[in-house]
Ligand binder design. Structure first.
Ligand code: GAL
Length: 640
């Protein structure tokens, strides 16, 4: 029993003598597992068909002798230069139709059969050689699918996109209807006329673009499944996964992808001033993708990253707070990119567990401290996080909203999601993330943040949930179109007008202005000509138009906002919805102190108290008061 601790280990970047020191330092830091081989393709297969495994044997043996387990990667995210030179047709083609070149990573077209064949060959070689190596505990398939090459416009992609569409719509009538091609004379009379969405003179067909995003996501999932099939045929028992980017990466439908992995793994990097709040979302989403099961934090950073323009080094203790927050939200493994900070290459300015400065450093001391603290928390392994609130999030809605022609370009659905998640975070409410078609019956409160694209099934799901006694908090721009991006007619929000008890005739996006509310708050970005149809009106614009309504629906309650309100107003609305739903925070804590509970089925539970402020704080659990010094993390065992 142990919490897994470690990171990506890339020994090929270092001379042989460093490897011994690496293993010694890993032991010193309490590292018990590393991911190996992620970018080793060129060294394992320096020329096509010629494999060199001796050096890799040595790496795995050394790690094993040092008591460090291995998460063994297939190196297929970065094909070597020989691949690009021999098979230029297998390189990705961007949205302007340009074929990209070698010299970075992910230089392959996800639809290329040539790429797939080469990827499966190296995968098979590695599986045959190492499936019974005692260090290997888990397969790390590929790396961050679609991080750079999610959507390719190659001839191979065009052919596969057509096949995918035929499967989805059976015939062209189906496609023409779904895409609404009666508009602008776009009706297709032959499959050969259908291409990936390359540049057009003006606004492209939204349903066409949306389907291409669905296809591209599916295609990447197929690559994962193909590698897994090879691995499974040689090593049927070991778990397999790949590292997701659940925080902000928009291009892959992780709900669908998660069905294919044995255990969910995620990479998270802090972005923006409230990075620790987005961390919470990413962690909660990752946990939810696995149905609540413990998950692997496959990568985060000890300090700065190198890809944000201006890359902030983490403050003292910040890395500890970040790691513990992932653990609090259900991770059973805390890993970093990467073990040793590189001295060359595209990521030489990215922090590592062993920094450029060496072991006489803040980073190394915190790395060792974290290892020791995780060692003390072994008993937590397998415990779970309970949430009675959910926030809806799905990719098809996101993709539909990426389209350029819409009522306002000011609605950024990720920001809206983060705003509402942020309000839950401030209220101390632990949330799961749910797909709109998921069973919601386990939740007391469900937040619906700008779910513009809402399938009929999702709308039914939401209504059944509220009818049965649930509470929803719905933002504007929800329930507007179905899965083909076709508007629900008869007044907005057409899919759920009856649920919220409101009918809107026309949208009035706010152009460089705000709308004042009777309660004293303000609305931004959006307003609408809403009329209450049975809902109670809790707040209005100054002209009396409903701003916040509450509707009884069956046994439950639907809160609806017709604008995006300021933070204080949002906190009030969330508090009211939480009170209706009977949702309470895990403990009483001052602002900026994150509190999350993990518990075993047998009742043993721990309260993670993470103080993000510069002031010492007290967390009151009802039976105990936990002192949490400024910037520190206290894991309070609630049971003896
Ligand atoms: C991840 C990737 C790693 C490394 C890291 C840097 O996206 O998987 O290989 O590039 O980002 O932050």
């Amino acid at each position: 029993m142990a919490i897994v601790y470690g990171g990506d280990y890339n020994p090929e970047q270092w001379p042989r003598e460093v490897w011994d020191e690496d293993v010694r330092l890993m032991r010193e830091a309490g590292v018990n597992r590393v991911s190996v081989g992620i970018f080793s393709w060129a060294k394992l297969e320096p020329e096509e068909g010629r494999f060199e495994f001796a050096w890799f044997d040595e790496v795995l043996d050394l790690l094993h002798a040092g008591g460090v387990e291995v998460c063994l990667a297939t190196p297929t995210a970065s094909p070597p230069p020989w691949f690009a030179a021999s098979y230029p047709e297998a390189l990705p083609v961007d949205a302007e139709g340009r074929r990209l070149t070698h010299g970075s990573r992910q230089g392959f077209d996800p639809s290329s059969d040539v790429y797939l064949a080469k990827a499966l060959r190296i995968t098979e070689q590695i599986a045959r050689r190492y499936h019974d190596h005692p260090a290997v505990k888990l397969w790390h398939v590929h790396n961050e699918y679609g991080c750079h090459n999610a959507r390719s416009h190659s001839p191979a992609a065009t052919a596969k996109f057509r096949a995918w569409l035929r499967e989805r719509y059976t015939d062209l009538d189906g496609l023409n209807e779904a895409w609404g091609t009666a508009f602008w004379s776009q009706a297709y009379s032959s499959w050969d006329q259908v291409f990936t969405p390359l540049p057009t003179p003006t606004i492209p067909n939204p349903a066409h673009v949306l389907d291409f995003k669905r296809f591209s996501s599916w295609q990447l999932t197929q690559l994962y499944r193909a590698e897994v099939e090879v691995l499974r045929s040689i090593d049927p028992d070991k778990p397999m996964t790949t590292n997701f980017m659940s925080g902000n990466h928009p291009d892959i439908d992780l709900w669908k992808f998660a069905e294919a992995v044995d255990i969910v793994a995620n990479d998270h990097y802090l972005e923006g001033p409230d990075g620790h709040v987005n961390l919470g979302f990413a962690a909660d989403f990752t946990r939810s993708l696995g149905g609540g099961a413990p998950w692997i934090l496959m990568e985060h950073s000890t300090s700065a990253v190198n890809w944000q323009g201006r890359n902030r080094a983490k403050a003292p203790r910040e890395m500890l707070r970040n790691s513990m927050a992932h653990l609090a939200r259900g991770a059973d493994a805390v890993m970093f990119f990467q073990w040793r900070a590189s001295k060359q290459g595209a990521e030489k300015w990215h922090s590592g567990m062993v920094p450029h400065a060496g072991t006489d450093s803040k980073i190394w001391r915190e790395v060792c401290e974290l290892g020791a603290r995780l060692g003390e928390l072994a008993e937590l392994e397998g415990s779970r996080v309970q949430a009675d609130t959910a926030i809806l999030w799905d990719y098809e809605n996101l993709w539909a909203q990426e389209h350029e022609a819409k009522p306002t370009s000011d609605i950024d659905v990720m920001r809206i999601r983060d705003e509402y998640y942020g309000a839950l975070w401030r209220a101390g409410i632990t949330a799961d993330v749910a797909h709109p078609e998921n069973d919601l019956s386990a939740y007391r409160l469900v937040v619906v943040p700008a779910v513009y694209l809402m399938s009929e099934a999702a709308a039914r799901n939401l209504k059944d949930y509220v009818r049965g006694g649930g509470t929803v908090l719905v933002t504007p721009y929800s329930g507007i179109v179905d899965e083909t991006d076709t508007v629900y007619l008869g007044g907005y929000p057409g899919a759920i007008s009856d649920l919220v008890g409101v009918r809107t005739e026309e949208f009035h996006p706010l152009i460089d202005e705000t709308v004042r509310l009777a309660s004293g708050g303000t609305g931004r970005i959006w307003s609408e000509a809403a009329e209450a149809k049975g809902a109670e009106v809790r707040d209005t614009y100054l002209d009396g138009t409903p701003a916040w309504t509450v509707n009884r629906f069956g046994e439950g309650t639907a809160h609806y906002l017709t604008t995006f309100v300021d933070e204080a107003t949002l906190d009030r609305v969330v508090a009211a919805a939480a009170a209706d739903a009977g949702v309470a925070p895990a403990a009483e804590a001052p602002a900026g102190v994150e509190v999350v509970r993990r518990a075993h089925r047998d009742g043993r539970s721990w309260l993670f108290c993470i103080n993000h402020t510069e002031t010492d704080a007290e967390v009151k659990t009802g039976t105990a008061t936990v002192e949490v010094p400024a910037g520190e993390v206290v894991v309070h065992a609630e049971t003896a």
